[in-house]
Design a protein around this ligand. Sequence first.
Ligand SMILES: Nc1nc2c(ncn2[C@@H]2O[C@H](COP(=O)(O)OP(=O)(O)OP(=O)(O)O)[C@@H](O)[C@H]2O)c(=O)[nH]1
Ligand SMILES: [Mg+2]
Length: 472
Amino acid sequence: MTENKKDLIKSIVLSIFDEEGPTPLIYWPSDIDEASRHLIAMKTISLLMGDAIYQDGETIDGINYFGILPFPDIGLNGLTYFFLISDENSRGQAKAATITILIDERNNSFFYSNMKYLRILLDKTASNVQSTLEYEKYFKFMEDLREELNQFTSELKDPFFSNRKLKIIMAGLDKAGKSSFLKGVKKKYSEIIKILPTKGVERSDERIFEEQNSQISIWDLGGQKQYREKYLTNSKIYLYNVDLIFYVIDIQDTKRIEVSIQLFKDIINSLRQLDEFPPVVICFNKYDPDIKDSKQLNTIIKEATYNIKKQSENFFIKVFNTSIFDHYSLITAYSFGLSQLSPNRELFENQLKNLASKINARAILLINDNGIILSSFSNISEKVSDKVFEISAPHFQTLYKTFKEFKLLKQDFIISTGMTDDSHNIVFKKIHVGKYNLYLLLFIEKDSGIERIETFLPDFSSNLIELMNTYL
Ligand SMILES: Nc1nc2c(ncn2[C@@H]2O[C@H](COP(=O)(O)OP(=O)(O)OP(=O)(O)O)[C@@H](O)[C@H]2O)c(=O)[nH]1
Ligand SMILES: [Mg+2]
């Protein structure tokens, strides 16, 4: 592309929800037409706000979302930050606001590739805006933002990359089960029993959707001593630019847990030196169904978790217990990791949260055709909702597929009663979101019938269409 770097940022808009609804308060360039700037204000605020979302006693600090929204009507894509400005005179004691940076939709990858820095810039500007109610001051904050963006884009070597590349690393000692984990997630069971120790690195690609903006490659690092040493000494090649790490520990190999934690420490230190802080998913693997109640095993996991977290200051760490004999355990850990790569994950959660409040759902999973959990929401304890879904999700998917195959299912949903307590149902519902087939698994109050769900689904689906296109 011959485009000038200086022209990368097409527009910047600060919108506020005031008496007249979503209003573009400050915008650049000053000649952006009225219809376009209203469209931007409208879409960013209304999609994110939901009804009364900030009136249920939450503090406003917790409410801020990033997301990438398409504006096909004007050929632009926006990176939006949604936040609240406290204001005693407003409904709910706060005003909803968004700051949106817009670029040509063909340059979408600019957002994905520079997310970290752009988030910092937007976050800073929003904090400034939140600090005062004097609108005049906002001009200066927005002007500062524009200047910093200009500075940033002019220093970029090549802002017009065609594709966002993501790198996922599987690491851990030899025989921890890394390669088996990847096969298990894909249900390639016949290949699991043939797996040989990985030599060097084995690379593969991940596709969550037929079409996605990002290219995801997975590096399965061989865990034998000679390979470990190689990737630690050549960390610039192996650990550089990594977006996500799965660290797999064989918890049945009790003698080597210390060794595994030491390797983890070495990897973390290498990452620090490279100034890389990717999210890390820890899998305590070989947590097989027949031994998961073992006290000894769970004590080992507790101690190891403590030791790992102690090493990982400034890293985001999430821990899962996994086993190839429990497909859902693999899927939850894997899905959680992938969802960390989505710049829109907060927007998805917000959509699920809004839907939940309308249909009295206690917990919701949004699942794609391959069983990957794209997003989840729960307003009950994580333990309870995890348990409910752990028991029901795999069954529903199998049931649904079987019913469909035999054409037994007229509707697009299955309701299960009596699976949990008397006051709740579990509903599994297929939804169409643009070109995507998705599934909702709902843990829902009994008196909230399927009609109620159907009423709110069209809005929910149409909001998701836009977000799906920029999920990854
Ligand atoms: N019981 C049990 N065995 C497992 C599990 N996952 C993997 N295994 C077994 O552990 C052994 C090692 O698995 P791999 O997937 O080759 O381990 P790896 O981490 O890729 O090993 P390297 O490639 O040498 O680094 C195989 O015999 C697997 O069948 C699990 O969840 N439970
Ligand atoms: Mg392997």
